[in-house]
Design a protein around this ligand. Structure first.
Ligand SMILES: Nc1ncnc2c1ncn2[C@@H]1O[C@H](COP(=O)(O)OP(=O)(O)OP(=O)(O)O)[C@@H](O)[C@H]1O
Ligand SMILES: O=c1ccn([C@@H]2O[C@H](COP(=O)(O)O)[C@@H](O)[C@H]2O)c(=O)[nH]1
Ligand SMILES: [Mg+2]
Length: 236
């Protein structure tokens, strides 16, 4: 559906430093707020194709919290994959009941279901720049997205956080989520390590990953994220 040229990407990454090599993976971290010359790269909004950043990290790593700040500061549309599924869950359909069961177990919903919800959210938004929060959670999710949407994300943000910090945050969240309990968070962590981290590694290998230290205060973390989006402002 959306076929996008990715010509802006190497240019974009050329303004950041490669800071870590783990298992030969390229992981970038923003040190610079240098503005890229918009003339050099075709603007995504001009092409009217969506500009997409996936936002990944374990349960409680702060994806949703940081997405709200990015959306507010940089005008991105925030699409929470879990939020879309939770909305379906309360729809009293058969699919809703299936989603509730999966969420309680900490399992991953079928790719077709999640990608269709994301596609609908993208198509119905006026905004053309998106943060897709908490997706893809598996390699199968990723390939389904690329097949159905017909594009890869422009880049991926990954919030790296120690397990004990994530668990503490989840258990203190107090938003009435069916999965915010000790049993489900343990299951979610298992799924995250076995099934989601390979997706993170995939994007690292492609040079599309920004790894952000997810510890500290919400404000401290946002200051680590800010330069990445500041340098995009003239592009998208
Ligand atoms: N830096 C932080 N320090 C302390 N608490 C935080 C921080 N960032 C977020 N929180 C809190 O931790 C909880 C989890 O954060 P958030 O919902 O953003 O995580 P998430 O990565 O979206 O998790 P999930 O995958 O479960 O949706 C929330 O209650 C949030 O207010
Ligand atoms: O792509 C996705 C995203 C989420 N899920 C299910 O929802 C819960 C909660 O997701 P959050 O992103 O943490 O809000 C998750 O544990 C999965 O059960 C999914 O299946 N696919
Ligand atoms: Mg969240």
């Amino acid at each position: 559906m959306y076929r996008r040229r990715l010509t802006s990407l190497p240019l974009f990454f050329s303004h950041f430093h490669q800071v870590k090599r783990a298992d030969q993976l390229k992981i970038y971290q923003a040190f610079s707020t240098e503005i890229i010359n918009p003339v050099e790269s075709e603007s995504s909004s001009t092409r009217n194709s969506p500009y997409v950043a996936f936002v990944l990290g374990g349960p409680g790593s702060g994806k949703g919290t940081q997405c709200l700040k990015i959306a507010e500061t940089f005008g991105f549309e925030h699409i929470g994959a879990g939020d879309l599924l939770r909305k379906e869950m309360y729809s009293s359909t058969e699919e809703g009941a299936m989603i509730q069961k999966l969420m309680r177990e900490g399992s991953i919903a079928p790719s077709e279901v999640t990608v269709k919800l994301i596609q609908k959210a993208i198509e119905s938004a006026e905004n053309r720049k998106f943060l897709i929060d908490g997706f893809p959670r598996s390699e199968e999710n990723r390939t389904a997205y690329e097949r159905i949407i017909g594009a890869e994300p422009n880049f991926v943000l990954f919030f790296d956080c120690p397990e004990e910090v994530m668990v503490k945050r989840v258990l203190n969240r107090n938003e009435g989520r069916v999965d915010d309990n000790e049993h489900t968070v343990k299951e979610r962590l298992k799924v995250y390590k076995a099934v989601t981290l390979p997706v993170v590694n995939h994007y690292a290998k492609k040079g599309k990953l920004y790894k952000i230290d997810g510890t500290g205060t919400q404000e401290e973390i946002f200051e680590r994220v800010r330069p990445i989006f500041s340098s995009l402002s003239s592009l998208v």
